[in-house]
Design a protein around this ligand. Structure first.
Ligand code: ADP
Ligand code: MG
Length: 228
């Protein structure tokens, strides 16, 4: 069961719009947060439940904004040749605590310890984080996540992230990467859209393989170099 993803045209428009709006929303959010904190300190009656809801909803808005901002072009986009395995190690370190907490083991299989590719390191790291986080989130009872990297051919590297989650039926597989598609109560449905967009900008490709009851594997194919 395989689905190749190419949803580029809509993504470009969405991306540019999103970036603009996200920047505009950030500033008022900061003000809101500050004043709510002030209020919380000076209100006498016990409104702590309300404050908890407000704070958690503000956090949610911030998450959505942050995920959208990954699509923003400007800032410090720095493409250069760097070791994608190093980026993956950093990612696994970042998610290590959550994995440990959930009794999940990361098993890595890197054919080489150095694969130099021309890329934007922070954005690639964001892709790895998004996909591995999803894997963690579909394995509440623990298990293993396999992370592999190997040379596909002369031009491409294949990075695979394989989980032991519930897997996906075909109709859901098709929905992956659609903006706001989520099955989680507190999900944003933006992580994969952003990830696909980033991989596309690297002239790469994402393939998803899934089998119900067994798990899901995300394959990321990235060219070693691409003019730029
Ligand atoms: P979110 O994580 O906020 O829901 P994503 O874009 O990261 O948004 O993922 C969208 C949806 O894709 C998830 O809600 C889930 O239903 C599905 N999904 C993503 N990764 C996996 C996976 N490894 N196994 C099963 N389902 C997945
Ligand atoms: Mg996610």
């Amino acid at each position: 069961l395989q689905e190749q993803i190419r949803k580029s045209d809509t993504l470009n428009v969405v991306g540019e719009l999103a970036a603009g709006i996200a920047h505009e929303i950030r500033n008022p959010m900061t003000a809101l947060k500050g004043f709510i904190q002030l209020l919380q300190g000076s209100v006498k009656e016990d409104f702590s439940n309300y404050f908890n809801v407000i704070t958690s909803e503000i956090k949610r808005i911030e998450t959505i904004i942050t995920e959208f901002l990954v699509l923003a072009k400007p800032q410090a986009m720095r493409y250069f040749r760097q070791n994608v395995i190093g980026i993956m190690h950093e990612t696994l370190e970042l998610l290590g605590a959550q994995a440990l907490f959930q009794n999940i083991q990361f098993l890595t299989e890197f054919d080489e310890e150095e694969f130099l590719i021309y890329c934007e390191g922070n954005q690639l790291k964001q892709v790895f984080i998004n996909i591995i986080k999803n894997a963690l989130e579909v394995m509440p009872d623990g298990g293993r996540i396999y992370i592999k990297a190997k040379r596909e051919n002369q031009d491409y590297i294949r990075i695979s992230i394989e989980d032991e989650g519930p897997g996906l039926p075909e109709e859901k597989l098709k929905k992956l990467g659609e903006p706001f598609y989520t099955t989680k109560e507190r999900g944003t449905g933006l992580g994969l859209m952003v990830s696909y967009k980033i991989i596309e900008e690297h002239n790469g490709l994402v393939e998803v393989e899934s089998e119900e009851g067994k798990g899901t594997t995300f394959h990321i194919l990235l060219p070693f170099g691409f003019g730029g």
